[in-house]
Write a new protein. Structure first.
Length: 295
């Protein structure tokens, strides 16, 4: 771990620090390709995609939502915006302007979405909560944009070649007409068994983790979307050993002076989460239903 922290003290760090501070409008000057991280070519990390005041506004709006807007799951709670996602498409509901302000910027800047993002899932995680390794469902266009708010967290990408051909769906947002309950994967929850998914005891050369700092944007698409599971461990301690974007997270060393809660233990190479994190998972459902039911 020490060496990872050493590596972090590079000129890249200075550039990253400037990056963190620059107004997000200057993102227009750089393209998505400048933000690839790690060995997975379709994984992008953009620090400081939104400003601190935009983060505050988002958090304000999230916590202004009426209590019934929250759906509580075993390991997190969530708000669903944009309508109900079914396996066969979206029963749409317009996104509020406080969300389209961000989703339109993601679309315009990345040029990765063929039409406007129409669905946002807001997840909230306490420090001991996470999301089990999963693949997002087939209803979505295979580009995911995630804005992180309030607390750093480590997200893990694990290859799942052997899952190909097996059924797996986004556990929290795809509802089937047959079952409104949790999917098989979700019911595993934190008891997720890698043996069952066929990824245990395999050399894992391409598995990769990213530290997601508040105000950052993560984008994953194509191969990173289809060939990897992504998940966040439901533990207060997150291991930084496999994190491939440490040099893009200079604030990690000055968390408290940056107003970010949590602490790094350089000896053990861990980040200790102490604050609640929220995230916006922004996606596009291409098939949109105009009517709820045919009579
Ligand atoms: O909170 C995150 O960063 C991940 C959320 C996620 O994977 C999802 O909503 O499908
Ligand atoms: Fe996901």
């Amino acid at each position: 771990m020490e060496s990872a922290m050493e590596e972090d003290r590079t000129t890249q760090e200075t550039a990253a620090a400037a990056e963190q501070e620059r107004p997000s409008s200057s993102l227009a000057l750089r393209s998505l390709a400048d933000y690839t991280v790690g060995d997975i070519p379709t994984l992008f990390y953009v620090p400081g995609f939104i400003s601190h005041s935009e983060q505050s506004q988002l958090l304000h709006n999230i916590y202004q939502a009426p209590a019934p807007k929250w759906k509580t799951l075993k390991n997190r709670r969530l708000q669903n915006w944009g309508g109900v996602v079914h396996e066969k498409g979206l029963l749409p509901q317009a996104l509020p302007s406080w969300l389209t302000k961000i989703t339109n910027r993601i679309c315009q800047w990345s040029s990765l979405f063929p039409s406007a993002i129409n669905h946002v899932l807001i997840n909230e995680y306490h420090p001991n909560q996470g999301i089990m390794p999963h693949q997002d469902g087939p209803a979505y266009y295979p580009v995911v944009a995630i804005i992180s708010l309030a607390s750093p967290v480590v997200i893990d990408f694990t290859p799942h070649q052997r899952l190909k051909g097996k059924e797996h769906t986004d556990p929290q947002s795809v509802q089937s007409n047959k079952s409104q309950g949790p999917t098989k994967m979700e019911s595993n929850g934190s008891d997720y068994d890698p043996h069952e998914l066929g990824v245990a005891n395999e050399p894992d050369p391409a598995s990769s983790s990213l530290l997601l700092m508040p105000c950052s944007l993560l984008i994953f698409k194509d191969q990173a979307y289809t060939d990897y599971l992504h998940g966040i461990q439901d533990s207060e301690l997150h291991n930084l050993d496999k994190v491939t974007n440490m040099s893009l997270c200079p604030k990690l060393k000055h968390l408290n002076s940056e107003g970010i809660q949590g602490s790094v233990d350089e000896q053990s190479g861990t980040f200790c989460r102490t604050a609640t994190r929220a995230s916006l998972t922004c996606r596009l459902v291409l098939k949109v239903h105009k009517k709820l039911f045919k009579i």
